[in-house]
Write a protein that binds this ligand. Structure first.
Ligand SMILES: Cc1cc2nc3c(=O)[nH]c(=O)nc-3n(C[C@H](O)[C@H](O)[C@H](O)COP(=O)(O)O)c2cc1C
Length: 236
């Protein structure tokens, strides 16, 4: 596993810079995000291609009281010991050992950046709980898709989310996906009065990154090229 930036030759391209610079932001400044900026991000995200141009998925964007109320409901459910109720299976179950190892490495890298010891159950739990407060971001987005959509439509929505993350980065903000939100889907449903046929895919926290927060300095590794791509028929 390598530093993702290391093996990519420098190119004077804004897209390359954005792709290399983007990282998950898990601590935010208080400054609000203007509605016009959020609308621009959403519109740019929707430029992503999709099979048959179905443009699957919806963005529910919250700030202020509605965001605080959702956070209270989610963290209240956790504090009350309400069991998780997954909207869908994000990861393979059971997780193959090599992926489990990668998941653990990502978790421990985050705890390491935060100074949370691996055996510090309370510290890890507190970090888990922060997912449901959108990591203190001034904006929380709930991403949904119709339950009857196929896997291809999930792929389309993923492309739209990547476009969103790049637009966020391009406009000087930061973000992180929050798949953990789908583990309390019924709470989100009740709170936002979502139609029953909408599935909660994930959350997205958006705001100005806190430059002092150690977790925002975390750089995650990527597999090197031969591990995930093969090339055939090329000269040399
Ligand atoms: C759809 C999606 C859901 C995610 N869910 C969570 C989450 O629930 N909690 C969290 O701390 N990070 C979450 N992440 C962030 C990933 O852990 C992160 O993208 C990965 O470790 C790579 O790091 P990077 O984004 O800094 O490159 C999510 C990312 C995506 C794209």
């Amino acid at each position: 596993m390598d530093d993702p930036a290391q093996n990519i030759p420098a190119m004077e391209s804004e897209l390359t810079r954005l792709l290399v610079r983007r990282r998950s932001v898990r601590a935010y400044l208080d400054s609000p995000v203007p509605l016009a900026d959020l609308q621009r991000m959403c519109r740019l995200a929707r430029l992503a291609p999709s099979g048959a141009n179905l443009q699957p998925g919806s963005f529910h964007v919250l700030t202020g009281d509605p965001l605080r109320a959702l956070t209270r409901a989610l963290q209240g459910a956790i504090d009350a010991g309400q069991p998780q109720s997954r909207e869908y299976s994000y990861f393979p179950d059971p997780m193959p050992p090599h992926l489990k190892a990668r998941q653990r490495a990502a978790g421990f890298a985050l705890y390491g950046a935060l100074g949370i010891d691996r055996r510090d159950i309370a510290g890890r739990r507190a970090q888990f709980r922060r997912n449901y407060g959108f990591f203190g971001a001034p904006v929380g987005m709930v991403v949904t898709i119709r339950r009857d959509m196929g896997k291809g439509c999930f792929m389309d929505l993923g492309m739209s989310l990547m476009a969103l993350l790049l637009a966020v980065e391009d406009m000087g903000y930061g973000a992180t996906g929050i798949g953990a939100l789908a583990n309390y889907g019924p709470v989100v449903h009740r709170h936002l009065a979502l139609p029953g046929d909408e599935l909660v895919v994930c959350g997205v926290a958006i705001g100005r990154p806190d430059p002092q927060a150690p977790e925002n300095g975390l750089r995650t590794a990527r597999e090197d090229l031969p591990a995930f791509a093969s090339f055939r028929g090329f000269p040399g």
